[in-house]
Design a protein around this ligand. Structure first.
Ligand SMILES: *Cc1c(COP(=O)(O)O)cnc(C)c1O
Ligand code: SF4
Length: 441
């Protein structure tokens, strides 16, 4: 399983890569029982696993393991597989069969885990001059997603991540594209596009030299309708040294400043899942350095059981973000893929968490929107539970609306689903009032 990697660095600004099972070289792992260590090993055959010394030493509180949120966010957990799936992998590993046989068992389990949610593969890749533009997704008019080929990995892997098939080698670099030229031509011909969003993986895994090659090419193209370059990243949470001590950290900050100086907004779309990720001196310093370049930092995260399914956690997180000058942006519902059952928070409960947290913060934190599902037709926000009169008395319905949609006309129109306290995704919902389908179907 050569694609399964555990990654630990010994120095703050360097990494070394080891094979599966080498997470045992992390000194703190000794604090876990042999059984816990074995469980991590078993599950890491199915889910990608990667962590670094910053996460291990500065974010995880090992006195609190296994309940520690960052431990659960980065280390595979026994309950992420069903009992049957776990036993099958365990049995296969213990039976000392060959690598190919392990691989086929692992792949059959991965296929059960909905590796391609929400029509990502089929529906969002645009066509340009008769060819599919691999490496680009264009779903909502204003914003084009760009997946630079060297940015398809991350500093550490989140256990809930919906991109797991691309980290396990299940789909290679499907969304990767080397050439910016076709991207630029495509954007030029689509005047509705104002934003190019670099995503991955994590684009800040790239050397500054590579990233600046892409960004300067885009700037030099002088696209008249381009307003914002966004960079979606978890580097602030998992590797703030990217902005501090990496050998090209200064050049990265200079690149950010240059974008602004050339009249384009640079927005860092920072992924923070828990307030502890905002607590170290490294992340605080990195945020201030980014802000000094003139770039803005917007924040987003899914709501996840075992990690942040608590209004106090969100309230603390939004307040701390605003205190450090970041702009809270999205609370997401975790996608229906991978270890979904482990992380899932029902929609009604996610809304209750959002609402309770939202009530405790000032207006400057209320830039945040959510909870939002990225579904096939668009980003659907759970506005809440409403009570409406019916023949049998008051009746509950779930009120929803599109924040983003394939068809812009759908945005902002409230619609209603039957109350369902267990629903965790739009597929679980039925239209309210006996309607046969939702208005967009
Ligand atoms: C979320 C998302 C975007 C960006 O949406 P904003 O609301 O503008 O942040 C763009 N494309 C896709 C496919 C997305 O899922
Ligand atoms: S940083 Fe983002 S892309 Fe990378 S593993 Fe985490 S959620 Fe996935």
């Amino acid at each position: 399983m050569s694609e399964m990697r555990t990654l630990i660095s010994s120095k703050p600004d360097s990494y070394s890569v080891f094979g599966t099972g080498t997470f045992r070289s992390i000194p703190q792992i000794e604090m876990l029982s042999k059984q816990q260590q074995w469980e991590i090993e078993v599950v890491s055959h199915v889910f990608p696993f990667k962590v670094n010394n910053y996460v291990v030493n500065e974010l995880i509180n090992w006195d609190n393991v296994p309940d520690d949120p960052i431990f659960r966010l980065t280390f595979p957990q026994r309950e992420m597989l069903t009992t049957e799936q776990f036993s099958l992998v365990e049995k296969t590993l213990k039976s000392k069969v060959g690598k190919n046989q392990i691989k086929s068992v692992v792949n059959s389990i991965r296929q059960e885990l909905n590796p391609h949610p929400a029509g990502q593969r089929e529906m969002n890749v645009p066509e340009f001059e008769g060819d599919l533009l691999d490496g680009v997704q264009h779903k909502y008019g204003e914003t084009v997603l760009f997946f630079p080929s060297q940015g398809q990995t991350c500093h550490a892997y989140c256990t809930f991540c919906f991109r797991w098939p691309q980290f396990t080698g299940m789909e290679g670099m499907r969304f990767a594209m080397k050439e910016t030229d076709t991207l630029i031509e495509y954007v030029k011909q689509n005047p509705s596009v104002t934003d190019i969003l670099f995503t991955g993986g994590d684009p800040l895994i790239m050397k500054t030299r590579v990233l600046s090659g892409y960004i300067r090419t885009i700037l030099d193209a002088g696209i008249p309708h381009l307003r914002t370059i966004r960079i979606g990243t978890k580097a602030l949470a998992y590797w703030p040294y990217r902005f501090l001590t990496d050998d090209d950290a200064t050049e990265l900050l200079e690149l950010f400043a240059e974008v602004g100086n050339r009249g384009i907004q640079l927005s860092v779309m920072a992924h923070f899942t828990h307030p502890v990720e905002l607590s170290t001196s490294a992340v605080k310093e990195a945020i201030q350095l980014i802000r000094k370049t003139g770039a803005t930092i917007r924040t987003q995260s899914p709501v996840l059981k075992h990690i942040n399914d608590d209004p106090d956690v969100w309230s603390a997180m939004w307040k701390e973000q605003v205190r450090q000058g970041c702009i809270p942006y999205y609370m997401f519902i975790a996608r229906d893929t991978g270890a979904k059952h482990y992380f899932e928070v029902p929609l009604v409960r996610a809304w209750a968490i959002f609402r309770k947290a939202y009530q405790t913060v000032s207006g400057v934190c209320r830039t945040v929107r959510g909870p939002s599902m990225s579904c096939t037709p668009g980003k659907v926000q759970v506005l809440g539970v409403s009570e409406v009169p019916s023949k049998t008395g008051m009746m509950k319905v779930i009120t929803l609306r599109f924040l983003q949609a394939r068809n812009p006309d759908w945005v902002g129109r409230p619609f209603f689903a039957e109350y369902n306290v267990n629903a965790t995704w739009i597929d679980d919902l039925k239209p309210a009032f006996g309607e046969a389908k939702f208005f967009f179907e």
